[in-house]
Design a binder for this molecule. Structure first.
Ligand code: NZQ
Ligand code: ZN
Length: 385
């Protein structure tokens, strides 16, 4: 197990009716900017609950943060915050609204320099406006981590950053606020959560049996509950379990002391940047192809994963490894998630060339061994055809 520091300052307030807690969580006397997406919060009553809880606060609103939030939109909020002397941000929505808010929070005090620098060049963030969140979509874990992924329309890029200054001060997780989610977003959230876990877990043995069991607990919970969640999205305990699973998958706990993978996310972000696929859709396309490409270096963990998650314990090692990968694909299919580029009418040859070119330009070496080179990425994307 590697040395690690675990620090997570985000207060989680979980459960039905917990949006009313905002009045205790938002610092007294601050001027708030409420940030939201395309308007789902007006239809499901979340916006009304937020306003009800924040009576007496000075509050203005900024809507229109799109899925895969864009630099172009977020910089408009930065302007408003500077002009209106806002001192607290409240993100109300899914991962995109939360991520967008993190970028805005860091961009405002960034000064005269273009804050795209934070994303493109890993420029250091040394301050951020404090913010909290009301989460309405379990998926990204953004509610309890310090990361954000931001897209730039003009250059078709999607880049990420994280900083100790961009943890939410608090996040309110009310499972009833997810009851309005369309099935597609629930499916996306399950797959994103699943892949967050395996990006940390499915590497090579690292003498971390506790972290393995923690990761497996989340995977098993998702596999056991996924169909029920999709069939009955207004079943409180199933949604609560899913919501807490998504938070646990990416709040840093299960990855403590581990060398992690994240190659599927890196490649997937490019598929979104070039072709506009939803984040989770990119993961389900790339992950099986990546596992087959790296089946040798991941063999021991693939055998463990196959046995403990899908009960695969018959056949040769090679057969069991392939059965574990096939079971992963079947799980995605069972919840209605496609696993090939062809399902989206994307030309694999073109996608492989574009993405490998990007990896080359950035000198990217990815995966747990830093051994997935641009030519491997090319092959993985082709194989995902
Ligand atoms: O915009 P509105 O109208 O709110 O509608 C949204 C959006 O259309 C809708 N939605 C959200 N909550 C709803 C709802 N509709 C009905 N009822 C509700 N309760 O769902 C749509 C998708 O929302 P979005 O926020 O884009 O989805 P998600 O939470 O999956 O976030 C995806 C973004 O997060 C990034 C992704 O790359 C992508 O940009 N990620 C962030 C991570 C992080 N910060 O740690 C890690 C992840 O790996 C991921 O990369
Ligand atoms: Zn993800």
């Amino acid at each position: 197990m590697k040395n690690f520091v675990y620090w997570n300052p985000t207060r989680i307030v979980f459960g039905a009716g917990s949006i009313a807690q905002l009045k205790r969580l938002v610092p007294a006397g601050v001027k708030i900017l409420l940030l939201y997406g395309g308007g789902s919060i007006f239809k499901n009553g979340v916006h009304a609950q937020v306003l009800e809880a924040l009576q007496g606060w000075q509050l203005i609103e900024f809507g229109g943060i799109e899925p895969n939030p864009t630099y172009e939109t977020l910089m408009q909020a930065v302007e408003i915050i500077r002009k209106e002397n806002i001192d607290f941000l409240l993100a109300v929505g899914g991962g995109s609204v939360l991520d967008g808010t993190k970028f805005i929070a860091a961009a405002v005090p960034y000064g005269e320099v273009d804050p795209w620098d934070i994303l493109a060049n890993g420029a250091r963030v040394s301050a951020a406006i404090p913010f909290g969140s009301v989460l309405t979509l379990p998926a990204t874990g953004s509610e309890m981590n310090s990361g954000a992924v931001i897209s730039r329309k003009s250059t078709q890029e999607k880049r990420n950053f994280s900083s100790p200054f961009t943890f939410p001060l608090f996040s309110i997780l009310d499972p009833t606020s997810t009851f309005s989610l369309p099935a597609k977003q629930v499916r996306n959230g399950i797959v994103d959560t699943f892949v967050h876990v395996v990006e940390q877990y499915l590497t090579f043995p690292q003498a971390t049996p506790l972290q393995d069991r923690q990761a497996e607990a989340i995977l098993l919970t998702l596999v056991e509950q996924a169909e029920a969640i999709l069939a009955e999205p207004k079943e409180y305990d199933a949604m609560a379990t899913f919501m807490w699973s998504a938070t646990q998958a990416l709040n840093g706990v299960i990855g403590c002391g581990l060398v992690q993978d994240w190659a599927t996310h890196t490649i997937g972000h490019e598929l979104t940047a070039f072709y506009g696929l939803d984040h989770a859709e990119t993961l389900a396309v790339i992950y099986p192809a990546l596992l087959r490409h790296k089946h040798e270096s991941k063999r021991e963990k693939l055998l463990q994963y196959g046995e403990r998650i899908f009960g695969i314990n018959q056949g040769s090692q090679v057969e069991r490894v392939e059965a574990a990968i096939a079971a992963t694909e079947q799980f995605f299919h069972k919840i209605g998630m496609p696993t090939t580029l062809g399902d989206y009418q994307i030309n694999p040859q073109q996608a492989a060339e574009r993405i490998a070119e990007r990896m080359k330009a950035r000198n990217n070496k990815i995966g747990e061994h830093d051994d997935i080179l641009p030519e491997d990425v090319h092959q993985i994307v082709l194989d995902a055809g």
